[in-house]
Ligand binder design. Structure first.
Ligand code: SAH
Length: 213
């Protein structure tokens, strides 16, 4: 599959839909306008790649809905050269969005098949995350902590403590919390011990799974 003018036209329409739904961050919209989302999914979904929908990828997982990716990324409020940890690399689409924003991305995936496939794929597309890790996101990635931002792209039944403790003071954790459906939650680390918590709307993610490695 290639990226063509037809795809670019559809991307522009998707960006318009996201603007209508309330996404304002210009850098986020520009990243979505740039990234060939159709290449991140199975070719059988190519015609639908620029609809604002989640789709199945390998290993029973999904590529998140573009609105969700945009909403979470907007909440992270990243700046160039920020250090961001992503939990749930999946297709690598969210990773690519962060790379487009000039962020140093660290990302963890617990399914080996996806980890390997996405690592090769991102490199082929020319995206260079700092580090892709095969492991358990509940533990975060202590070696490279602290982070300016942490984004969890699977539904967490509770907020894992290591993720809070691996944030810089001033850093932001964006995490969908819940089992059947999730409340998008933002934690801002105000000091060593204090966190401010903000809740947003309901979303639906595949579950953040524990201890299966
Ligand atoms: N960011 C991805 C979303 C993929 S869906 C994208 O843009 O496509 C969520 C991903 O989280 C899945 O790939 C799933 O395998 C992964 N995941 C689930 N539990 C995890 C855990 N404990 N640690 C790391 N990744 C996990």
């Amino acid at each position: 599959m290639k990226d063509t003018l037809r795809h670019a036209g559809k991307r522009k329409q998707l960006v318009d839909v996201l603007i209508q739904k309330g996404i304002k961050d210009k850098a986020v919209l520009s990243a979505i306008n740039t990234i060939p989302r159709h290449l991140f999914m199975d070719s059988s979904f190519e015609d639908h790649a620029y609809q604002d929908k989640a789709f199945p990828i390998a290993a029973d997982q999904t590529i998140s809905q573009p609105y969700t990716v945009a909403f979470q990324t907007e909440l992270l409020e990243v700046e160039k050269n920020y250090k961001v940890l992503e939990i749930g690399t999946g297709s690598g689409y969210q990773t690519a969005v962060l790379c487009e924003l000039g962020v140093k991305v660290y990302s963890i995936e617990r399914q080996r098949e996806l980890y390997k496939k996405t690592k090769a794929f991102l490199s082929k597309l020319g995206y260079r995350p700092k580090y892709l890790s095969f492991g358990d996101g509940y533990k975060g990635l202590e070696e490279y902590a602290p982070y300016d931002g942490i984004i969890v792209t699977a539904g967490a039944p509770y907020v894992p403590n290591p993720l809070l403790s691996q944030l810089k003071v001033g850093g932001r954790l964006v995490i969908p919390v819940g089992t059947d459906q999730q409340i998008m939650t933002l934690f801002i680390r105000k000091s060593e011990k204090e966190f401010e918590k903000h809740e947003f709307g309901e979303f639906r993610f595949v579950p953040l799974l524990e201890d299966k490695n």
